[in-house]
Design a protein around this ligand. Structure first.
Ligand code: GLP
Length: 245
C-alpha cells in the first residue's frame, strides 16, 4: 500500500487503485479473516490521499462483502471460506464430517446441563414436564473457523451426565448404545442476528441456514432434537436424487 505505488501505474481513479491494493492484501493473505483495517484517517495519512478516497475504496469493499464495518469497533476483513460440501443423505456427526475433511474440531460451550424440557422439547422427545433433558449448546469450530451454532437436546434417559460430552455427542451416544440410526432434518433460510452472527464472525443480517434434526433409535424413540444455525457462506448441502418407481 505504498504511496508511490498508488500514485504510479496505470491511470484511473485513485480509490480504485486503493481498492485493488487492499484486495490484493486480502487475497495474498497479508490481511487475514478477522484482521482490523487501520482507521481510515491513518490510511489516508500513510498513503497521502484524501479520506474521501479511502472511504470510497472501503465502501466499495464493504458493498462487495470483503470488509465489514462493526459499529464502534472498526472495519474488518472478511475472507471467503472454502465451502463445506455436506451430504444430505448420511446420518453423520459434525466431528466425523470434519475429520473426514482432515479438519480439527473445537467447541465453545454456550450451555451444558440438565433442565426440565420446554413445551417443544416435551412434544418432540415425547417426555412429561417433570422429566430431565440434557441441553448442549455449542459454537462449532473447524480449524479455527466458526461454522455453526448447535443447540442439542437429549433425554436424560440417554445422557444422564451432559458433562460427559467433551467433543462428540454422537461418540458418547454410541458408547452408551443409543446412537441414532435415522433422522429427519429440516433446512430453512434465515438472516442471522447478533449475538449469533457475531459469534460466527459474520455481519448481522448475513444469510444463514436454520437446521433442525430429530433423530431416532431403531425402536422409533426420539433420541435427539437439535436446532442449529449454519453459516450460509460456508455450506453447500448436497443430495443425490433418484427416479422413484
Ligand atoms: C451434526 C448434527 C447435529 C448433531 C451433531 C453431533 O452437526 N447437525 O444434529 O447433534 O452433528 O455432532 P458431534 O457428535 O460432533 O457432537
Amino acid at each position: 500500500l505504498s504511496p508511490q505505488r498508488l500514485q504510479a501505474g496505470a491511470a484511473g481513479p485513485l480509490y480504485l487503485k486503493l481498492r485493488q491494493a487492499l484486495e490484493e492484501a486480502i487475497n495474498s493473505g497479508r490481511l487475514n479473516h478477522g484482521d482490523a483495517l487501520p482507521p481510515e484517517r491513518d490510511l489516508a495519512d500513510y498513503a497521502n490521499i484524501s479520506r474521501v478516497t479511502v472511504r470510497k475504496a472501503v465502501d466499495d469493499l464493504v458493498r462487495d462483502g470483503l470488509l465489514v464495518r462493526r459499529h464502534g469497533s472498526g472495519t474488518f476483513v472478511v475472507k471467503p471460506v472454502a465451502r463445506v460440501q455436506q451430504s444430505l443423505s448420511r446420518l453423520t456427526s459434525f466431528t466425523e464430517d470434519m475429520a473426514r475433511r482432515g479438519l480439527k474440531t473445537h467447541a465453545r460451550w454456550l450451555d451444558r446441563g440438565l433442565f426440565h424440557p420446554s413445551p417443544d422439547e416435551m412434544m418432540i422427545l415425547g417426555l412429561p414436564a417433570d422429566a430431565l433433558v440434557a441441553r448442549l449448546g455449542r459454537l462449532r469450530v473447524a480449524d479455527d473457523m466458526p461454522l455453526a451454532i448447535e443447540r442439542a437436546c437429549v433425554s436424560a434417559d440417554f445422557l444422564p451426565d451432559p458433562q460427559q460430552v467433551e467433543s462428540s455427542l454422537y461418540a458418547v451416544l454410541e458408547e452408551r448404545g443409543c446412537r441414532p440410526v435415522r433422522a429427519v432434518q429440516r433446512i430453512s433460510a434465515y438472516n442471522m442476528k447478533d449475538p449469533d452472527a457475531a459469534m460466527l464472525g459474520v455481519p448481522a443480517g448475513s444469510a444463514g441456514l436454520s437446521i433442525e434434526r430429530v433423530s431416532y433409535l431403531p425402536s422409533g424413540r426420539v433420541v435427539e432434537f437439535t436446532r442449529s444455525i449454519y453459516r450460509g457462506d460456508a455450506y453447500d448441502f448436497v443430495a443425490e436424487l433418484t427416479l422413484s418407481e
